[in-house]
Unconditional design. Structure first.
Length: 162
């Protein structure tokens, strides 16, 4: 398995430009009984690609005489999903390349709120938000309800009604 990073649509990529990720061999083998009974055994392998720094990448697979079939390939990435914490919005954030890396992300205050201490959180390599720092507070005349700042209801003056 190989990859090649690029910022452009590459039609003329040369074989020697690819970087080898790994050699992957089958874990499961088939017996004649499996073949006769049409039993399909699938091997699942997970590999990390990168670290990546360009707009896109190409994956390449090379078969050197193996009697195997590539049934499917799934490519995915991990991210910390957008979230509202302490009246601050934190955007979708793609995790760092290193498994121990924490990415510091600044949050922005929700409508009708102001910064008390600049809101920040850390996005882990597993896609979890960690270590919240700082927060936002509702402006005067607003109160916190369900992660937003809503206008306070004014008391009704019943004396003037008759």
């Amino acid at each position: 398995m190989y990859y090649f990073e690029s910022d452009e649509n590459g039609r003329n990529i040369k074989e020697n430009q690819y970087i080898k990720i790994d050699t992957i061999a089958a874990d499961e083998s088939f017996t004649e009984l499996d073949l006769g009974d049409r039993v399909m055994k699938l091997n699942t392998e997970v590999r990390d690609v990168g670290p990546l720094s360009k707009k896109g990448f190409y994956l390449a697979f090379q078969d050197v005489g193996a009697c195997i079939a590539l049934v499917s390939v799934r490519v995915y990435y991990k991210k910390c999903p957008s979230v509202v914490r302490h009246l601050a919005v934190f955007p979708d954030t793609i995790t760092g390349a290193d498994s121990s890396q924490l990415l510091e992300v600044s949050g922005s205050c929700v409508n009708h709120s102001v910064t008390d201490e600049p809101p920040k959180m850390h996005c882990s390599a597993e896609g979890e938000w960690l270590v919240p720092i700082g927060k936002c507070m509702c402006k005067a005349g607003y109160e916190e309800k369900n992660g937003t700042c809503q206008g306070k209801s004014l008391p009704v003056d019943l004396h003037g009604l008759s």
